[in-house]
Design a protein around this ligand. Sequence first.
Ligand SMILES: N[C@@H](CCC(=O)N[C@@H](CS)C(=O)NCC(=O)O)C(=O)O
Length: 244
Amino acid sequence: MRILYQFPISHYCEKTRWQLEHKGLDYRTRNLLPGPHRLRTQWLARINTLPILRDDKRTVGDSTKIAYYLEKYYPERPLVPEDADSRARVIELEQHFDRFAVHVRRWLYGQVLDRPEIMDAMLDPYRLPGPIKRALVPLTREGVRRLYAIKPKAVVYSEQRVEEGLALVEESLRRGAGDYLVADRLTLADISAAALMAPLVSPPGTPWDVFDETDLPASLQKKLNDMRERPAGQWILERYRTDR
Ligand SMILES: N[C@@H](CCC(=O)N[C@@H](CS)C(=O)NCC(=O)O)C(=O)O
């Protein structure tokens, strides 16, 4: 029995879902409620964050640790190449995109945290009774603001890091041999980059595809369109169309 403890909206959880599905591994998801989740995550893996994977008797927390755990115990459809140079590059890129992901989250929440769609995307999976959901909305929103430091200066800093992340995708594509960042096929570097930056371009059907964008401020609409149209944005959308 394989269980992925997750927040559906978390891009780190999406990275793990993609990897599990690429490998054809069956799993069930268990959605934890943001806030009280820490009681469960501490008990399961002594960490505060999701994803956590329970694989029969083994429990692994953190998307990077899960990634290497899965490569080790389920080597079919490998995502880390054998060849030493490519392997080193995949490991390096995975680490970079893992760090950029914090800034993707902060920049995006900086733009949309006050919109109702965000709290719906976060809380609707739990099918809470209306009054409980209404009580949780302000607590969850302020919890997110505090936890991820959604403050004007930090959001501006994160915007620059997001730009670096997108530029790294584009530079890696120029260096690489084709559609993928390192090898001539999908690797953990591609899954990490595409999943962790997907909230910026909200591929159809993903948990971030929740806005009627014509309803967003014009400057934000333009920024999101620009991201979607540049090579990195196009590449993320293509990975979702082809490999997800
Ligand atoms: N490095 C971790 C980061 C995971 C992470 O930041 N998860 C967030 C959701 S996107 C989380 O669980 N936050 C809740 C908390 O910090 O209490 C990983 O790769 O799994």
